[in-house]
Design a protein around this ligand. Structure first.
Ligand code: GLU
Length: 309
C-alpha cells in the first residue's frame, strides 16, 4: 500500500483543493479516506481546502446527512477555509453556463427514456466506449421533435461532444485517455447534472487540484471538455484508489464498522480511525495514530518526491 501515493504526474501550479460530498447518505470509511487525502494534498502544499455540499439531487438529499458529514470531517480534524458552499444556492451560475453553451450551439434536447438509453448504449457504436450515449436525439427530424414536444414530456439537455478524445495526466495514475460522449448537463426533471455543476464550481472556486475517488475517473474527460467550452482553466487531477472491503469488494456492512459513528460505537476514537485510514495508504504504521500535523509532513514528503521518469 505504501506506493499508493507515489506521484506519476507533476504537482499542479496551484493546489487549492476541495471535498464535495453528496448528502445522500452517511460517509463510509472509503469516503472519509478520500476526504483525508484531499485535505492532505492541499495542506501539504500550504493551499486552501474548501468543502462544497453537492445537494442538487433533491429527491435523494437529506439535510441530516449534510450535518453529519460536516461533523465527521470536524471529528477527523479536517478543517476548511471559508464558508461551506451548497450547490442548491448556486443555480444562477449553472443557468449562466448552460446559456453560454447554448450560445455556442452545442446543446440539444433529449427525450430518451432510461430504458431506451440502456438499450441503445449496449449496442456497439463507432469510437464510443460501452455505456456511452450514442446520440439518438442529436439530429432528430423536425417531425419527431414536434411529436416529442406535443407529448409534454420534458427533455434533458445534452452537449454535442463529437466523441472527442481527451488526454490528461493524473497525478497518481499517470497518463489517462478517454472519449467524451454527448453527456447530460440538465436532467429532464430540471436538475443540473453533476458534470455541469462540478465544472462550474471548481472553476468559480478556483480549485487547483481535484482529489477524489477513482470511481469518478470516467467523468474527468467530460469535465475537461466542458472546462474548455466554458473558458475555464483545467485543474490538476488525482484520483485516489477506493478503500475496499474483504476480498477486494466494495466496502459493505459485512466488513464490520464502515462509518465513523459505528467505529466510535465499537470503542475507537476519531483520531484512531484517522490513523487507520492513514495506515491504509502508507502514511502511518499499523496501530499508530499520528497528530494531523505529522500526517501533513509525511504527505508532503511523499507527494513532493521526484516523479519517476
Ligand atoms: N459529489 C460527488 C460524490 O459525492 C463528488 C464530486 C467530486 O469530487 O467531483 O460522489
Amino acid at each position: 500500500m505504501a506506493d499508493l501515493l507515489v506521484p506519476r504526474g507533476a504537482a499542479p501550479a496551484r493546489a487549492d483543493g476541495r471535498f464535495a460530498p453528496s448528502p445522500t447518505g452517511t460517509l463510509h470509511l472509503g469516503n472519509l479516506r478520500t476526504a483525508l487525502l484531499a485535505w492532505l494534498f492541499a495542506r501539504a502544499a500550504d493551499a486552501r481546502f474548501l468543502v462544497r455540499i453537492e445537494d442538487l439531487d433533491t429527491g435523494r438529499v437529506r439535510e441530516r446527512f449534510a450535518a453529519e458529514q460536516l461533523a465527521d470531517l470536524t471529528a477527523l480534524g479536517l478543517d476548511h477555509d471559508g464558508d461551506v458552499t451548497r450547490q442548491s444556492e448556486r443555480t444562477a451560475l449553472y443557468d449562466a453556463a448552460v446559456a453560454r453553451l447554448e450560445g455556442l450551439g452545442i446543446v440539444y434536447r433529449c427525450w430518451c427514456t432510461r430504458a431506451e438509453i440502456r438499450e441503445a448504449a449496449s449496442a456497439p457504436h463507432d469510437g464510443l466506449p460501452e455505456g456511452a450515449y450514442p446520440g439518438t436525439c442529436r439530429d432528430l427530424p423536425a417531425r419527431r421533435v414536434a411529436d416529442h414536444e406535443a407529448s409534454g414530456r420534458p427533455p434533458a439537455l445534452r452537449v454535442r461532444a463529437d466523441a472527442a478524445a481527451e488526454r490528461f495526466t493524473d497525478r497518481l495514475r499517470g497518463p489517462v485517455t478517454g472519449v467524451v460522449d454527448d453527456f447530460v448537463i440538465r436532467r429532464n426533471d430540471g436538475a443540473y447534472a453533476y458534470n455541469l455543476a462540478v465544472v462550474v464550481d471548481d472553476g468559480d472556486q478556483r480549485i487547483g487540484e481535484v482529489v477524489r475517488g477513482a470511481d469518478l475517473l470516467d467523468s474527468t474527460p467530460r469535465q475537461r471538455w466542458l472546462q474548455r467550452r466554458l473558458g475555464l482553466p483545467h485543474p490538476g487531477y488525482a484520483h485516489v484508489p477506493l478503500l475496499l472491503g474483504d476480498g477486494g469488494r466494495r466496502l459493505a456492512k459485512r466488513d464490520g464498522a464502515t462509518t465513523l459513528a459505528e467505529c466510535r460505537a465499537a470503542g475507537r476514537s476519531a483520531v484512531q480511525v484517522r490513523g487507520e485510514l492513514a495506515a491504509s495508504v502508507g502514511l502511518a504504521r499499523t496501530g499508530e495514530a499520528p497528530p494531523i500535523e505529522e500526517l501533513v509532513t509525511r504527505a508532503r514528503d511523499l507527494l513532493h518526491s521526484e516523479v519517476p521518469a
